[in-house]
Design a protein around this ligand. Structure first.
Ligand code: FAD
Ligand code: NAI
Length: 467
């Protein structure tokens, strides 16, 4: 006999576990299934959390080596990579256990195993021991996330040719690291290994780093990373890789075609995007429709074309971000419980956790121009912010875009120290439909980095005071 639930969630990442927790809070019986053995999905196990642990540790290492002397601190610094990796593993273990605890606390059953939809409202779960269990549910939520996009003709062995998963678990610092893709993963994990001693070359197909980001910010970002020692080959593609006795010979050529050249490397990181993961799920059995990119098609209530089946997170459209998956999980649970679940896609921030950090929300200048929206810009550099001076971190600026007529904040981009935290103020302002003047007239404590946000907001109406 099948165990029966109000809702069964397939996938235990930020999309899935937050759906199950919220369902439990709303009094519905729920189960959350993940095949990984540890809950938290890509984010906690091999994504956000381990990468941020290594970004933090490597930044401290680099700071101790290069910045402490500027503050009058003499140190002798040595890298203990196994200890750094062990700390990362410890944090991941604590947080994945924490998710299991939260599921239990909210009376959602956490089930380890691979799930398949075998009929409408019926799921079969195969455990690691090969035993199967059948579940019945009025509602099924697909939250199976995403996987690494492969580079045609290149086989990832997670040792010499790695995806992000291998790049967060290297056992020694590669002398020469070649990164394919100047996106978020390439620049974050490139930063980790650069700080720990690698020579890092980034090959990017397009003519800029972090394509899609506000162009002025992306150019400033590339300049700062170049100053840190990153080498960039833009408008270039990798066409082949050969394993040699003492490393890799990577063949590249101009993106538009042309003369080939070879870059030698010890490790190559493939970071050219991620693709939705919906394989072996039985979607074809019940006829759930996918789009051309393999994403589950849903309406704005996360409903697929099959009654009672929903999808959230990386496996459907939208930015592949943990907090977007989380918000969709909350919304779908509320919708299933008969409430008005909703996600505001105009206010989802995006952060690159390099040094300096880069954070954006809302529209870029290019997007506003393309949409023919008249806007005003307010900008403020960290060189003029007192706190940035005291912490010796003055690279970057805050840029606020507001509607020329109404002054409503339409977008913000910050490149600078703590940008990921600073953007939260603007996200909240946008959520409340605030104007740039609302931010400019809000008292900000001194001396803080947040004052740079205020001064940029003042700049929209031309009354920046501290510059
Ligand atoms: P996932 O987290 O991918 O979870 C899906 C889960 O479903 C997986 O655990 C998988 O095992 C399970 N599953 C799949 N099929 C089945 C099945 N048939 N049966 C049972 N279980 C199944 N985002 C941020 O917002 N901030 C960051 O700093 C950040 N850093 C990242 C760093 C890296 C290196 C990577 C790779 C990603 C990062 N991301 C970050 C992206 C973030 O991890 C994803 O957007 C997020 O995990 C998506 O959540 P999800 O629940 O949709 O899917
Ligand atoms: P990405 O989409 O951010 O960047 C991929 C880059 O590779 C792009 O610049 C693209 O132009 C380039 N590219 C594509 N094909 C190429 C080729 N053949 N040769 C050279 N360059 C090529 O993808 P990335 O960095 O792999 O990350 C995947 C997703 O994971 C991100 O989109 C993001 O949603 C999520 N993520 C989020 C993080 C965060 O929020 N801090 C951190 C890491 C990942």
């Amino acid at each position: 006999m099948a165990d029966t639930f109000d809702a069964v969630v397939i996938g235990g990442g930020p999309g899935g576990y937050n759906t199950a927790i919220r369902l439990g809070q709303l009094g519905l019986s729920a189960a959350c299934i993940d095949k990984r053995g540890a809950f938290g999905g890509t984010c906690l196990n091999v994504g956000c959390i381990p990468s941020k642990a290594l970004l933090h540790a490597s930044e401290r290492f680099h700071e101790a080596q290069t910045e402490f002397a500027k503050l009058g601190i003499k140190t002798k610094v040595e890298l203990d990579l196994p200890a750094m990796m062990a700390q990362k593993t410890k944090v991941v273990g604590e947080l994945t256990k924490g998710v299991e605890y939260l599921l239990k606390k909210n009376k959602a059953e956490a089930i380890v195993g691979e799930a398949r939809i075998i009929a409408p409202g019926k799921i079969e779960v195969k455990g690691a021991d090969g035993k199967t269990r059948t579940l019945a549910a009025k509602n099924i939520i697909i939250a199976t996330g995403s996987d690494v996009a492969p580079l045609p003709g290149v086989e990832i062995d997670e040792k010499q040719i790695v995806s992000s998963t291998g790049a967060i678990a290297l056992t020694s610092v590669p002398k020469r690291l070649l990164v394919v893709g100047a996106g978020v993963i390439g620049l974050e994990l490139g930063s980790v290994w650069k700080r720990l001693g690698s020579d890092v070359t980034v090959v990017e197909f397009l003519d800029r780093v972090t394509p899609g980001m506000d162009l002025e910010v992306s150019k400033a970002f590339q300049r700062i990373l170049t100053k840190q020692g990153f080498a960039f080959q833009l408008s270039t593609k990798v066409t082949g890789v050969e394993k040699k006795k003492n490393g890799l010979a990577v063949t590249v050529e101009p993106a538009a075609g042309g003369e080939k050249s070879v870059i030698e490397a010890d490790v190559m990181l493939v970071a050219i995007g991620r693709r939705p993961f919906t394989g072996n799920l039985g979607l074809e059995t019940v006829g759930v429709a996918l789009d051309k990119r393999g994403r589950v098609i849903t309406d704005n209530h996360y409903r697929t074309n099959v009654a009672g089946i929903y999808a959230v997170g990386d496996c459907r459209e939208g930015p592949m971000l943990a907090h977007k998956a989380e918000d969709e999980g909350v919304a779908v649970a509320e919708i299933i419980a008969g409430k008005a679940g909703h996600v505001n896609y105009d206010t989802i921030p995006s952060v690159v956790y390099t040094f300096p950090e880069v954070a954006t929300v809302g529209k870029s200048e290019e997007e506003l121009k393309a949409a023919n929206i008249a806007y005003k810009v307010g900008k403020f550099p960290f060189t003029a912010n007192a706190r940035a001076k005291t912490i010796v971190a003055t690279d970057g600026f805050v840029k606020i875009l507001a509607d020329a007529k109404t002054d409503k904040v339409l977008g913000c981009a910050i490149i600078g120290p703590e940008a990921g935290n600073l953007i939260a103020e603007v996200v909240l302002a946008m959520e409340f439909g605030a104007s740039s003047e609302d931010i400019a007239r809000t008292c900000h404590s001194h001396p803080t980095l947040t004052e740079a946000v205020r001064q940029a907001a003042m700049g929209v109406e031309g009354w920046t005071m501290q510059m």
